[in-house]
Design a protein around this ligand. Structure first.
Ligand code: HEC
Ligand code: HEC
Length: 503
């Protein structure tokens, strides 16, 4: 344990040092990020070893006080050796070509690059294999030969989602590496996983449509339709069981489901594995990433890794929250700004940075009112849409679709508990404006329609959640709620290469 703590302390110190190198406003996710948000990794550790990092404690009373993530901490020990290894290597081996911002730093400490790539949302993670044009055998060989691409990445989350660092899922059993993420990226966009080479994951979870699909139901091979709407495939790193009814215990288990689903990709797992074995570029990458090469489980692991790095970037509400929390925490200090500047320039600068970050990502008065309403008892949305990703990851009956003669029983099919009849998993509402239509059956076309649904108290049925009841909302309240979700919670996705697959 002593050794463990020592390692954590070293890591914190390293992380702090790295952060002091970071030029302000040069953050990877192209957002100008205030200093407090840049120290997620350090803070995750710092909460474990409070004494070791007092500076972190006082850095900001705001958004980022998160408990340590068990998965991440467990890996901290492994991390030590990687850090040591990495030190021996030149800095420029990790980032893909063409990323000039990163490349320009190649003469700085290796740690700079290593830390930078670990922040999810960094496009370097999803830019595809280094190089341009067709994915040749030479490019793949060079990629898998580069040890840096196989190092375990201990990720940090962008502002907003960073509050959920303690809920990071799955990395203990399926650690992230750049090579695995990239392999997953290729598989995600590859129609060859389907029986007739027409459908990929992206067909129903399209980056151009918020990693969901604008059709009411998913449309699989030969135009077949199921009875459920395609949910989003982002922010999965904070999510455990998958599907509207939670029937897949993990993202890995979920990822191989659609391949063999007759109305989705219509393939068999055996045939899919055979197809991949026939593609040299995949064969090479699987052999390099996994001890047992191409198996269907490894397909799941690779795809899950790619999905875990697709996260929503900071939204205007996140910047606004960060600023207001600071203003509350330092109300006395900021009462006289001239005095603050003279007495504590660092705190003054931090405040100015938070202010300008919020101004650069403006939020309307209506969206702010909507946000306050969302969190209030009057609307009660946070009874279920809570936490960094605005979901409790639990199952509730709102009465959606319950008027049907034979309604979709939802979670009941997993638990056989009457209370779960017609209950579905709470979806995130981050970036929700990109993914209409809404609800498990895609029955609601606009966010206003959804809000109206809640206002009238859902649809009465025997199993209606007790947290769904008639709300006293004015038209303005409703519009405010819509604006909060549509505008206040809209953040950027990382840039993702959608082509460049092995031949
Ligand atoms: C034909 C359309 C279609 C294809 C192809 C498809 N999906 Fe889905 N996906 C859906 C639908 C519909 C659901 C919801 C099904 C349910 O809950 O029963 C879903 C659920 C999911 C979920 C669960 C999200 C959550 O909130 O629980 C994830 C993750 C996901 N899909 C990823 C993938 C991946 C990865 C692939 C490729 C291997 C893929 N999907 C292929 C339509 C599709
Ligand atoms: C009792 C828990 C609960 C409460 C309270 C709640 N929600 Fe939901 N929300 C859910 C569940 C569960 C779903 C999916 C239901 C379904 O498809 O049958 C959902 C769906 C949504 C969707 C559609 C998401 C999508 O991807 O289809 C939006 C938007 C939404 N809720 C916003 C709100 C707002 C705004 C409030 C407050 C007025 C609120 N919710 C209150 C649990 C809740």
């Amino acid at each position: 344990m002593g050794r463990f703590i020592a390692i954590v302390i070293v890591l914190v110190a390293v992380a702090l040092a790295i952060n002091s190198f970071l030029p302000k406003g040069d953050a990877p996710a192209d957002q100008e990020k205030p200093p407090a948000a840049e120290t997620d990794a350090a803070e995750t550790d710092a909460t474990e070893t409070e004494a070791a990092a007092p500076a972190q404690e006082e850095a900001s009373p705001s958004a980022n006080e998160e408990p340590a993530a068990p998965a991440v901490i467990e890996e901290a020990e492994e991390e030590e050796t990687e850090v040591a290894d990495a030190k021996a290597k030149p800095a420029d081996t990790v980032e893909p070509e063409g990323d000039t911002e990163v490349a320009a730093k190649e003469n700085e400490e290796w740690t700079f690059v290593y830390n930078e790539i670990a922040e999810l949302g960094n496009p370097a993670l999803t830019a595809g294999i280094s190089g341009k044009g067709e994915l040749t055998a030479e490019l793949i060989d060079a990629w898998i030969a580069d040890e840096k691409n196989h190092e375990v990445i201990v990720p940090t989350l962008p502002l907003g989602l960073s509050l959920g660092a303690a809920e990071i899922k799955g990395l203990d059993v399926n650690p992230l590496t750049h090579a695995k993420i990239e392999l997953g990226r290729q598989l995600y966009f590859d129609t060859r996983l389907s029986a007739d080479n027409t459908v990929s994951c992206a067909s129903c979870h399209d980056p151009a449509q918020g990693y969901a699909k604008d059709t009411q139901f998913g449309v699989g091979i030969e135009g077949q339709e199921g009875g459920r709407n395609s949910p989003v495939a982002y922010n999965r790193i904070l999510s455990g069981p998958q599907f509207w009814d939670g029937r897949a215990p993990s993202l890995e288990a979920q990822a191989i489901g659609p391949i063999a689903n007759p109305i989705e990709m219509g393939n068999t797992h055996e045939a899919c594995v055979e197809t991949l074995k026939g593609i040299e570029g995949y064969q090479k990458q699987f052999d390099a990433v996994f001890e047992d090469g191409i198996t269907i489980e490894n397909v799941g692991k690779a795809i899950a890794s790619f999905e875990r790095v697709i996260v929503t970037g900071p939204a205007p509400w996140d910047y606004y929250q960060q600023l207001t929390n600071f203003e509350k925490g330092y109300a006395d200090d900021i009462a006289d700004l001239d005095e603050l500047k003279a007495d504590d320039e660092e705190l003054y600068d931090e405040y100015m940075a938070l202010k300008s970050a919020s101004e650069a990502n403006p939020i309307s008065e209506s969206a702010i009112r909507g946000g306050n309403l969302f969190f209030s008892d009057k609307a009660g949305c946070t009874a279920c849409h809570v936490g960094a990703n605005f979901t409790d990851e639990k199952y509730h009956n709102l009465g959606v679709g319950m008027e049907a003669a034979e309604p979709d029983v939802g979670r009941f099919s997993e638990t056989n508990e009457a209370v779960d009849t017609g209950a579905f998993k709470t979806p995130t509402v981050r970036n929700i404006s990109l993914t209409a239509p809404y609800m498990h059956d895609g029955s609601q076309k606009t966010l206003l329609e959804v809000v109206e649904w809640y206002a009238k108290g859902g649809h009465p049925n025997d199993h209606l959640s007790k947290n769904v009841k008639k709300l006293e909302l004015t038209d303005q309240d409703k519009q405010d709620l819509v604006n909060f979700m549509a505008e206040g919670l809209l953040g950027e996705f990382p840039k993702v290469e959608t082509a460049r697959l092995p031949k």
